[in-house]
Design a protein around this ligand. Structure first.
Ligand code: GLP
Length: 259
């Protein structure tokens, strides 16, 4: 089962996950990071920038989960722009090694297959950071997504477009489609780290972790993966039936075991 770590706040989560990433890079200088957008992973990127010290990140590569279709990459809310602004520049990653699916309409027919080929050529993702949508999506895998799905186009739900409207001037400017790694792609990463903060995520977190494995709740796919760490704050943990067990397990964890 997933290891569930309930932390005091988002900053503590960021520190914990950044340290895990830096430990990985210490043993594997050409580690492949799976990068997520949204507000949730920002404390991880901030902590990475602060805590990296003189760690050599020049050989680290990264793959973003998803991108909007039809939004020019120069748009400040394209995920290419967001990943550059929030991750690549502050952390000091090598821009040429950071990949984002290409949402341009001219190449969209083969963009999914191209992205899968690039991930495979890099040797697969070592650690995949994930946020979760209020409807349980990971990446942009909306409810109903196949657990075998690979990188492809997905239509966004009304809920997701409404949630993401805060990044745009109005709801109509939110693209209707995305290109996203599939659940099958995400499940191939060697370690999944799912983060969630705030009461708005409590229901999705409880269903993903403790509910049935179902395409209706895409994040429940994590129950099929052998190495998952879920890092959440108290507010996101309120609907978990086994929160005390998760706390006991983490508090009594042997010192040699890391996340
Ligand atoms: C978007 C992204 C997801 C992200 C979700 C939650 O839809 N495609 O990868 O997990 O938003 O966003 P936030 O972390 O801002 O709540």
């Amino acid at each position: 089962m997933a290891e569930v770590v309930i932390v005091e706040n988002a900053q503590a989560a960021g520190d914990l996950v950044a340290d895990a990433i830096l430990r990985l890079i210490g043993t594997k200088p050409d580690a492949v990071l799976g990068l997520a957008t949204g507000s949730t992973p920002l404390p991880v990127y901030r902590a990475l920038a602060e805590r990296r010290g003189d760690t050599d990140l020049s050989r680290v590569s990264g793959f973003a989960l998803d991108e909007y279709v039809g939004l020019p990459i120069s748009h400040p809310e394209s995920y290419r722009s967001v990943i550059t602004r929030e991750v690549v520049e502050p952390v000091g990653l090598t821009p040429e090694r950071i990949h984002v699916p290409v949402g341009a309409e001219e190449t969209i027919r083969h963009a999914g297959a191209d992205y899968e080929a690039a991930i495979n050529a890099a040797g697969g993702v070592d650690i995949q950071i994930l946020g979760i949508g209020t409807d349980g999506h990971i990446g942009f895998n909306e409810p109903g997504s196949s657990f075998a799905s690979l990188t492809r186009i997905k239509t966004l739900t009304r809920q997701t477009r409404a949630d993401n409207a805060r990044f745009f001037d109005s709801l109509d400017q939110v693209p209707t489609h995305s290109i996203t790694q599939g659940l099958g792609t995400i499940l191939r990463a060697r370690h999944l780290v799912l983060l969630a903060f705030g009461a708005g995520k409590a229901k999705a977190i409880a269903e993903a972790l403790e509910g049935p494995v179902s395409a209706n709740m895409p994040a429940s796919a994590i129950q099929l993966h052998p190495h998952v760490t879920v890092v959440i704050d108290e507010a996101a943990a309120t609907e978990l039936a086994h929160a005390d067990y998760y706390r006991d397990s983490y508090e009594n964890k042997p010192a040699w075991q890391t996340i």
